[in-house]
Design a protein around this ligand. Structure first.
Ligand SMILES: Cc1cc2nc3c(=O)[nH]c(=O)nc-3n(C[C@H](O)[C@H](O)[C@H](O)COP(=O)(O)OP(=O)(O)OC[C@H]3O[C@@H](n4cnc5c(N)ncnc54)[C@H](O)[C@@H]3O)c2cc1C
Length: 428
């Protein structure tokens, strides 16, 4: 079969890899100049490794992507970095049962209560029983008001903003269930890993078209036709396929498939999501001096959701001995920060950053801002009832995107699993 895939993120690449291995004629269309999608990376002068525009790591139980890395003989690094919370103006390590029991900002009773609830969720296998419950209500009732106010409410509010009240407990369960103390990182970075996968697909006969944006999908009963543009200066071209896989978020699928029925479009539009921004600082010295990799900022007034010091996880020798810090936020795609410049954003963040490290500014080498309009699906209660299936109303057109990996939260591991599943469906 002749198969067209739209998007060279990890869903598109994994589907392409499996389909090409099974003898299909595969073409992948990607509007960016490189593969990797949301996990795409870049390189500054002097760096040996690429770095993701948005912080990325794997958990040691991310089976699908780790098996894929093994299959293509790709080396990964395993490390146990430190995860902390910023509460009441101080940093506290909070990444093990012991650190929860020792956490000084809660009473001993509340610490045990919090540890107990996390422990139960971690070993509870029946996520479907949890999807009708709201995270906010569950956490404040079971962990107690104090733990909720100090730890969880600020994190949920900073991440989900106005959607906080809607988030289902099955989302929170998935986050707790999958977390592992040790983390994994592909040698050379996620871009290098994606490029190796591209080379394997090409070697098996697949074709990848970068800088090529798909403008429209046109369908009849027999074939699906893709209209694409190789660069802004060229005219659009058309190509026919037996099957087409779309890996874009649903909102973008609607834009390129005008012939979708109105009912289906309306259903897809009920699926909400947030964009993401990351201001990446290159520093001469460490920002988080205690060695913390991931710092969740538990302060509802903070303009930053998380501070992630990549080089407290991966050796900075790969980045010309620089220290790399992400200042991350999830925001609606129409938020003013989605259009702001890096300088303007650093001015907003600066007073807060000074509270954590007074002298960081003198150590700045450079900084860059990355913004994406869709990065985090919103998982409201009973999401399983609204997850779209692979098959779309358009004959021979399949949808496989970030909004379908439920009950898991988005991640490259689930993108790989999704790509494998849609490839199997088409193969069968
Ligand atoms: C801030 C942040 C932190 C994250 N942290 C982690 C993490 O630690 N670990 C982890 O595993 N995952 C993490 N993720 C999630 C992970 O990046 C995604 O789940 C995964 O990359 C999704 O892959 P995908 O292929 O489904 O979609 P995408 O990566 O979105 O791929 C879609 C592709 O389609 C292309 N495209 C769009 N429109 C068109 C068009 N019209 N024509 C052609 N091409 C088009 C896009 O350029 C893109 O390359 C994070 C994401 C963000 C934003």
């Amino acid at each position: 079969m002749k198969i067209g895939i739209i998007g060279a993120g990890f869903t598109g690449l994994s589907a392409a890899y499996d389909l090409v291995k099974n003898g299909h004629e595969v073409s992948v269309f990607e509007k960016d100049s490189k593969p990797g999608g949301l996990a795409i990376g870049y390189k500054e002068p002097g760096w040996e490794w690429t770095l993701e525009k948005h912080y990325h790591h794997w958990f040691t139980n991310d089976r699908n992507i780790l098996n894929l890395a093994k299959e293509i003989n790709y080396k990964v690094l395993i490390n146990r970095p430190k995860t902390s919370v910023y509460v009441d103006g101080n940093l506290y390590q909070l990444d093990s049962p012991r650190s929860v029991i020792l956490f000084p900002r809660l009473s001993v009773f509340d610490r045990f209560r919090m540890a107990g609830v996390i422990g139960i969720l971690r070993y509870f296998p029946f996520w479907k029983l949890l999807e009708g419950i709201k995270t906010e209500e569950f956490l404040s009732k079971t962990m107690g008001e104090k733990a909720y106010e100090k730890i969880w409410e600020p994190q949920l509010k900073n991440k989900f903003g106005d959607f906080t009240k809607d988030i289902a407990l099955s989302w929170f369960w998935a986050r707790i269930k999958k977390r592992t103390p040790s983390l994994v990182y592909p040698q050379g970075g996620f871009l290098a890993f994606a490029q190796t996968l591209v080379a394997k697909i090409e070697k098996a006969g697949g074709k990848l078209y970068f800088n090529t944006e798909v403008k429209e999908i046109i369908c009849d009963k027999e074939m699906a036709e893709i209209k694409f543009q190789e660069s802004l200066k060229t005219k659009t071209k058309n190509e026919k396929f037996d099957k087409v896989i779309v890996t874009l978020p649903s909102f973008f699928f609607i834009k390129i498939a005008p012939s979708l029925p109105e009912d289906y479009k309306r259903e897809l539009l009920t699926l909400k999501g947030l964009g993401a921004i990351n201001l990446v600082l290159r520093l001469k010295e460490k920002f988080l001096k205690d060695g913390t990799y991931w710092l969740s900022v538990c302060d509802k007034k903070s303009p930053i959701m998380a501070i992630v010091e990549h080089t407290n996880f991966i050796d900075n020798k790969h980045y010309n001995n620089e220290h790399i810090v992400y200042l991350g936020n999830y925001l609606p795609s129409d938020h003013p920060y989605m259009k702001i410049t890096a300088d303007e954003l650093l001015k907003i963040y600066d007073p807060y950053l000074r509270k954590i490290n007074r002298n960081y500014k003198s150590s700045i080498i450079n900084f860059k801002l990355f913004q994406v309009p869709f990065a985090q699906p919103i998982i409201p209660v009973n999401y399983s009832k609204i997850v779209p299936p692979f098959q779309t109303p358009l004959p021979n057109v399949y949808l496989a995107n970030i909004q379908q990996v439920y009950p898991w939260d988005r991640g490259t591991n689930y993108a790989v699993e999704l790509g494998q599943k849609v490839a199997r469906l088409i193969d069968e």
